[in-house]
Design a protein around this ligand. Structure first.
Ligand code: FES
Length: 349
């Protein structure tokens, strides 16, 4: 189920002092397994200082480039991101789960897209931007990209080359929060700055897609702002790299025993759990079931499963759509049982 493959690193490119692009050499027999859609991510697993760690990283390449690459920015105290930035080298193999994720648009049809991102949030948006401009000659893309300074900006050279290639179809607007630089915006991408941009470029409000990627609070604020500007929800898609500070707490669920049936890889497993303190995912994992997961924070949707019978309560949800929830999908990493019998199917994806 959560199958990892040993994949060799074929290139590492330094993007900034704190970020790298890592490309993988996908063997011929795995090209189908590792084919991806722009905007998706892969999960990497490694044992670092005796601790097994999994992290999801967005793909920055696009399928037409015939490569699979991720952008990794070092985060403070981030064990995996530091390992990938400082320790791994070309020729090493790492354990990689195949691509996953729903942050996608239909790049084949004519699109006017607006991407809003900060820091490493550029990674999946860059992939979608390249895909969109490559796949339809009538599509346009406006990128609004925020960083602390030019030194911390990922993919600078690639964006310059893309701007030259798509001179009339790609527009890039940059923000710097630490430096006031002529011709660029000073500060964060927020409501006030966007109002100024939209006042001069009203056509941006007619975009077909609004893509947002960055810190949780930025996503929430920009999403609210776009809805206030009468952008319909179906046009706004976002990808979170971390949960927002505002967590929705689970309501008091009774301390209840439960007979679980888990379906994983066409096998059924019966497990009795004495209480509902642990999540559905943790209950499966501690019983040695191979349930898939990555972030364990309701963000990536790798642990998506279908509730076949019984009831669970999801304490947070940053990745399932309303329709998926209505259809009975859950995020196992933040779900707790509420009934004495529950059947969860990890195979229905
Ligand atoms: S493991 Fe990422 S949403 Fe559950």
């Amino acid at each position: 189920m959560s199958k990892f493959y040993s994949i060799k690193i074929c290139a590492i490119k330094k993007l900034t002092d704190e970020a790298v692009e890592i490309s993988f050499d996908i063997p011929e027999n795995l090209t189908q397994v590792f084919s991806y859609k722009s905007g998706q991510y892969i999960t990497i697993q490694s044992v670092i200082k005796k601790e097994s760690i999994r992290r999801a990283y967005s793909i920055c390449s696009s399928m037409h480039e015939n490569k699979l690459a991720i952008g990794v920015k070092k985060v403070k105290n981030g064990k995996m991101s530091t390992w990938l930035n400082e320790i791994v080298k070309v020729g090493d193999t790492v354990d990689v789960m195949p691509p996953n994720g729903n942050f996608q648009i239909n790049s084949r049809s004519k699109n006017q897209s607006l991407g809003l991102c900060a820091g490493s949030g550029i990674t999946p948006i860059l992939s979608i931007l390249k895909d969109t401009l490559h796949n339809n000659d009538d599509s346009t893309f406006t990128l609004i990209y925020g960083n602390r300074s030019p030194e911390s900006e990922m993919f600078v050279g690639e964006l310059v080359a893309l701007k030259e290639k798509y001179i009339n179809r790609l527009q890039i607007i940059k923000f710097y929060s630490d430096l006031n630089i002529e011709e660029h915006f000073f500060g964060n991408i927020d409501e006030n700055n966007l109002l100024e941009i939209f006042a001069n470029k009203q056509e941006l409000l007619n975009s077909d897609n609004f893509l947002i990627c960055g810190p949780g609070n930025m996503i929430d604020n920009l999403n609210d702002f776009l809805i206030q500007k009468d952008i319909t929800k179906d046009k706004i898609i976002f990808e979170r790299f971390s949960s927002s500070n505002v967590d929705v707490e689970a309501s008091d669920v009774e301390n209840l025993a439960c007979d679980y049936t888990f379906i994983i890889d066409d096998e059924e497993y019966e497990i009795t759990e004495e209480n509902n303190k642990e999540s559905v995912l943790d209950i499966a994992l501690k019983n040695d079931l191979d349930a898939p997961y990555s972030c364990k924070g309701a963000v990536c949707s790798t642990c998506k499963a279908k509730l076949i019978s019984g009831e669970v309560e999801m304490s947070k949800n940053f990745s399932l759509s309303e329709s998926e929830v209505k259809e009975g999908y859950i995020l196992a990493c933040v779900s707790h049982h509420k009934t004495k019998n529950v059947t969860i199917d990890f195979d229905v994806f």
